[in-house]
Design a protein around this ligand. Structure first.
Ligand code: CTP
Ligand code: MG
Length: 273
């Protein structure tokens, strides 16, 4: 990691590829879940009989990658706080330290809030969406392994199945025909859908978020993941294979798919597809 970066180039922080950094997981669970439409924070919505947050926590702990898990919760949500406190008692000796913080107004605010509560000595951080509650252990391992091999930033990705086009709003005249018109098609073989956990050298991610502190509301809204901030620093972001089970539970349809993953022939949550 960066602390040992004496002989590596700017894109690699580790001189010793065998060294394993001390990793914390930041789990962002402070969103309101508007699109799921349950009238409660998404982390509390039941999935297979348990709140979504519990699945996310169990997945992280099962992976064994982290010495600390810092969860950003909706401010003042006593039920989720209690859930985490109960889960803490289930953790065996040698399990990760579980820390709780209040999240912020945006996802990035929640990430920053959680980063401020990391133990000293933390070298790398995996930022994970609680909404990706069924992420297999193998994805955590691939991200952690890339960090151990010297990456300063690594993201899990999936190939894109749809052809993706760029559009613009149509002018007054064409608006009679359709609201938008196509202006380009990106070559699909180069496109990737991005998931979490996203792994970073901690110092690099802190620097990236410092840069974002002065963003106006429009700029802040355009930042949809942490890797974008790293790209702005000019630091390479490495990509490893994600998993279809890591889907982000966003809409009611996603919740049905997640329920199906738990009950269906794929069976256990941590089986890789
Ligand atoms: N998140 C967060 N703090 C926020 C906003 C989002 O911690 N202020 C977290 C969510 O809890 C989620 C992840 O970021 O785990 C991805 O966000 P998203 O899927 O958009 O969740 P919500 O913001 O809760 O959903 P919606 O946008 O539909 O309201
Ligand atoms: Mg959101």
């Amino acid at each position: 990691m960066s602390s040992s970066a004496t002989s590596a180039g700017p894109e690699h922080g580790a001189a010793d590829v065998e060294s394993k950094p001390v990793i914390a997981v930041v789990l962002v669970a402070a969103g309101s879940g508007q699109r799921l439409g349950y009238g409660m924070p998404k982390a509390r919505v039941p999935l297979g009989g348990e709140p979504i947050l519990m699945h996310a926590l169990r997945g992280i702990v099962a992976s064994g990658v982290a010495t600390q898990v810092c969860v950003a919760l909706p401010e003042g949500d006593g039920a989720l706080r209690q859930l985490c406190d109960d889960f803490r008692t289930e953790l065996v000796d040698g399990g990760p330290l579980l820390t709780l913080v209040d999240g912020g107004a945006t996802r990035a605010d929640s990430v920053r809030s959680a980063m401020s509560a990391l133990e000293s000595g933390t070298q790398a951080v995996l930022v994970h969406d609680a909404a990706r509650a069924l992420t297999p252990e193998s994805v955590f391992h691939r991200v952690a392994d890339a960090l151990a091999a010297g990456a300063l930033a690594v993201i899990p990705v999936m190939p894109v199945v749809d052809t993706v086009k760029t559009v613009e709003a149509t002018t007054d005249e064409d608006a009679r025909i359709a609201p938008e018109v196509v202006v380009g098609t990106a070559p699909r073989e180069n496109l990737r859908a991005v998931q979490t956990p996203q792994g970073f050298d901690l110092a690099t991610l802190l620097k990236a978020h410092e840069g974002a502190a002065g963003f106006d509301a429009a700029q802040a809204a355009a930042i949809t993941d942490d890797a974008m901030l790293i790209e702005m620093l000019g630091v390479p972001v490495h990509a490893v294979r994600g998993a279809s089970q890591s889907l982000k539970i966003t809409t009611p349809l996603d919740l049905i798919i997640a329920e199906g993953l738990l009950e269906g022939p794929l069976g256990a949550r941590w089986v890789e597809g």
